[in-house]
Design a binder for this molecule. Structure first.
Ligand SMILES: Nc1ncnc2c1ncn2[C@@H]1O[C@H](COP(=O)(O)OP(=O)(O)OP(=O)(O)O)[C@@H](O)[C@H]1O
Ligand SMILES: CC(=O)C(=O)O
Ligand SMILES: [K+]
Ligand SMILES: [Mg+2]
Length: 483
């Protein structure tokens, strides 16, 4: 399965718990399984992770596991009768002292004491992903007094965002700290940090990950208005992360849906510029929660993210709680392949006119320049320890597949997120009669990935246990397999 370059992330949930569905998701092209720590118990997540790993191994596939922290999503408390119905023009209050389980038609408790301090008269509050909108008309020490601008149902524990962002809740809650330990225990490959405000939030998450003994690469979810308010903050946040997610659910509520598309394009561009992988997420195939077919608008949304060169597209409720999880992955795979046929996604001007700061980066980009300009090159082999060299290679637009040859389980799974990069398990220290380069090329020949007469580019370092040690590039003509 090497012809699709854009990767597919799918959230697992009640609709995708059974071994049968998980197997079908993997066969349909799942590359990264997302475990959302906002829902479910640690045991449920462990059971899903174990299934993914064993079924993927059975099929010789490499699927990365991504844990997504709940973060400080601010929520209302509960209503006495579970839900109310608000009409335009109604007055409504949020109270930090009102009993937590006794909300009425007029008032509800709030689990975030600073809400009153953080909000001012004139602010707009969006509830339940923007389905209900209110304006703050007054406040005292304990309560916000609001007017309903857009009415609708409101039920227990729905989330609140402020239009324009700016709520000060810190990015990592006590639950998140426990889940960082859980992620380490589960050997997760990626860990997504929800609502980081700036680079410092990512640095703190990295410190906690290190203390927990985890090795997951950290994904910054871009979902606060402050994070995209200026390029300096956005770029610092991206640089402090290992990968980035355009978390359109919350980001769209904070910045407004009209500006979201332009901001998405900017995040993808900046993530790639700083050598990070990027995931485009949320409501990509929303109608497929209840329909076996995507709409034209959804097809167009996925295709445009592919043309903008996202590394991965993501399914949320479609695969976690919808009626057609497997169909949604299949539809995404088909749309990615179709969009990738456009030659615009095979050309690149990445870092033209820039200087490089690292040896491995220089070799990686020289390899891609050669691959894109020498038509005989049919494959790139990167003998890699951490996956960093193939990550940099895949920042360049190209139609040539990049094979990450790596011995460690972590790297084999990690590269599943990178666009156009595929895992080949390979231990460079195995004693062998032929040369290392010949052994690597034979591996591709035996898998039918290249044929006699093709050219293959290979990069490696002098010592195989040095991260960042790539210093060599070879251009190899494929002869007969040596067996
Ligand atoms: N593990 C799970 N258990 C139960 N329901 C789930 C699970 N994962 C997802 N869901 C359902 O799918 C919906 C969409 O999934 P998604 O991962 O986007 O969650 P979310 O509630 O928007 O969370 P967040 O904003 O924290 O990422 C959820 O609202 C929930 O109803
Ligand atoms: C994924 C997520 O958290 C969002 O889109 O808001
Ligand atoms: K989450
Ligand atoms: Mg979110």
């Amino acid at each position: 399965m090497t012809s699709r370059r854009t990767k597919i992330v799918a959230t697992l949930g009640p609709a995708s718990n059974s071994p049968e569905v998980i197997e079908q998701l993997i066969l349909a092209g799942l590359d990264v399984a997302r475990l959302n720590f906002s829902h479910g118990t640690p045991d449920e997540h462990k059971a899903r992770a174990a299934l993914i790993r064993s079924i993927a191994a059975r099929h010789g596939r490499f699927v990365a596991l991504l844990g997504d922290l709940q973060g400080p999503k601010i929520r209302i408390a509960k209503f006495a009768n579970k839900r109310i119905e608000l009409k335009e023009g109604d007055s409504f209050r949020f109270s930090v002292t009102f009993p937590r389980d006794a909300g009425t038609q007029d008032v509800v408790g709030i689990d975030y004491p600073d809400l009153v301090k953080d909000c001012d008269v004139g602010d707009e509050l969006l509830l339940d992903d923007g389905r209900v909108v209110m304006r703050v008309e007054g406040k005292n020490d304990e309560e916000l007094h609001c007017r309903v601008l857009i009415g609708g149902p409101l039920s227990d524990h729905k989330g609140i965002n402020r239009r324009g962002g700016g709520l000060t809740a810190p990015a990592l809650t006590e639950k998140d700290k426990a889940d960082i330990k859980l992620a380490a225990e589960m050997d997760l490959d990626y860990l997504a940090v929800s609502f980081p405000r700036d680079a410092a939030d990512m640095e703190y998450a990295r410190k906690l990950r290190d203390e927990s003994g985890g090795t997951a690469w950290l994904v910054a979810k871009i979902e606060r208005a402050e994070a995209v308010a200026d390029d300096e903050t956005l770029d610092a946040l991206i640089r402090a992360s290992d990968a980035v997610m355009v978390a359109r659910g919350d980001l769209g509520v904070e910045v407004g849906d009209a500006e979201l598309v332009g901001i998405q394009k900017k995040i993808i561009l900046h993530a790639r510029r700083f050598n990070k992988a990027v995931i485009t997420a949320t409501q990509m195939m929303e109608s497929m929660i209840s329909s076996p077919m995507p709409t034209r608008a959804e097809v167009s949304d996925v295709a445009n993210a592919v043309l903008d060169y996202t590394d991965a597209v993501m399914l949320s409720a479609e695969s976690a709680a919808g009626s057609y999880p497997v169909e949604a992955v299949k539809a995404m795979a088909r749309i990615c392949l179709g969009a990738e046929k456009q030659p615009t996604s095979q050309k690149s001007s990445h870092r033209l006119g820039h200087t490089f700061s690292r040896c491995d980066e220089s070799i990686a980009l020289a390899a891609m320049f050669t691959a894109n300009h020498f038509p005989g090159v049919k494959a790139i082999i990167s003998l890699t320890e951490s996956g960093f060299t193939p990550l940099i290679m895949s920042r360049i637009r190209s139609a040539v597949p990049i094979f990450a040859f790596c011995p460690s389980r972590e790297t084999q799974a990690r590269v599943a997120l990178f666009r156009g990069v595929y895992t080949i398990p390979f231990d460079p220290t195995t004693p062998r009669t032929e040369s290392l380069s010949q052994a690597a090329v034979n591996e591709l020949l035996q898998r039918g990935l290249v044929e006699q007469g093709d050219w293959v580019l290979l990069t490696k370092g002098d010592s195989y246990h040095t991260i960042g040690g790539t210093n060599t590039m070879k251009l190899l003509h494929v002869g007969e397999a040596l067996v």
